[in-house]
Design a protein around this ligand. Sequence first.
Ligand SMILES: *Cc1c(COP(=O)(O)O)cnc(C)c1O
Length: 361
Amino acid sequence: MNILLNPGPVVLSKRVRNALLKPDLCHRESEFVELQNKIRNSLLDVYGLSQNKWAAVVFTGSGTSAMEAMITSLVPLHGKVLIIENGVYGERLTKIAKIHNIDHVVIHHEWEEEINIENLNNELKYHKEISHVAIVQHETTTGRLNNIKEVADVCKKNRNISLLVDAVSSFGAEELKFDEWNIAACASTANKCLHGVPGTSFVVVNRSATKSMAATSARTLYLNLIEYLNAQDNNKTPYTQSIQTFYALDEALDELHEQGGWKNRQKKYQSLIDLVRTEFISLKIKPCLEINESSCVLNSFYLPKGINYNKLHDELKKDGFIIYAGQGGLKKSFFRISCMGNIFEDDIKRFISAVKKIVKP
Ligand SMILES: *Cc1c(COP(=O)(O)O)cnc(C)c1O
């Protein structure tokens, strides 16, 4: 079996894979309600969130569906969202706003740049009608961990604006301070840092952020977060859910809690990615970002001299390792390594040996 070093879908643990084989189930039966409720509570438990103030809304789709549900359901019809871009996923938030005709302002950065806080402050002062700021926590394009605290501090000073966070590649492995950062909602998925299978995504919402949003003023039918929330609070689901994926997510969450939660997962990822960085540097494969601006989940590296991505990828695949290309214009110059999933130090050591066959020290 290949070791996936791409940022999801991930290598599954045996118990998560086996969970897919549980009995068939109808989504109108009480066993499904139990499963759905358990997952919703378990998701809140990852960051110790209270059920009175917060709700996890789960539905069928990949991570992008959670981004789209969050943006379309929580920016009021006459509201305006400021979107911070410094990679593919920030730009995807803008695409969502455009497609749904949601009034928005963009702060654009090049893909490798850090967020310009002064600019943000100025835009928030100028556009008094902004109701939310949308931001990607871990920009998977480059591996940059955006500094949400700094962004949140500026937002607080400007009319206490709340955040819509894309935490698709960080939920379960990076710190998220829901209350302190004034988070209105955060979108994520089963098959990245939570180690489930693709097919289920979720939004963790601050209940007060949903109060003013009527289910009837939705911009979309299928991704109407408020409708899902109301249904799930009443032990229902509006549409058929991906039952097998739910089983797997439930098991993956149990596993995460048993293994000591997000903090331990962060430690594990960090130690694996540190090993990759150290060995790569000794092979003259340079990281694109400093360690203190990178996530624990994924780092990006410049391609070694004289080796193009396809060759590196194909040679490593022969040895059972799947690496990940840069997106867009970055494909020619760099590649990415993610340590999410059920992988261990031995796997990384074997991976480094495989790299050493191609890149001579
Ligand atoms: C993976 C990812 C997504 C969603 O991707 P899907 O392919 O729809 O699951 C969104 N945002 C970030 C930051 C991601 O890493």
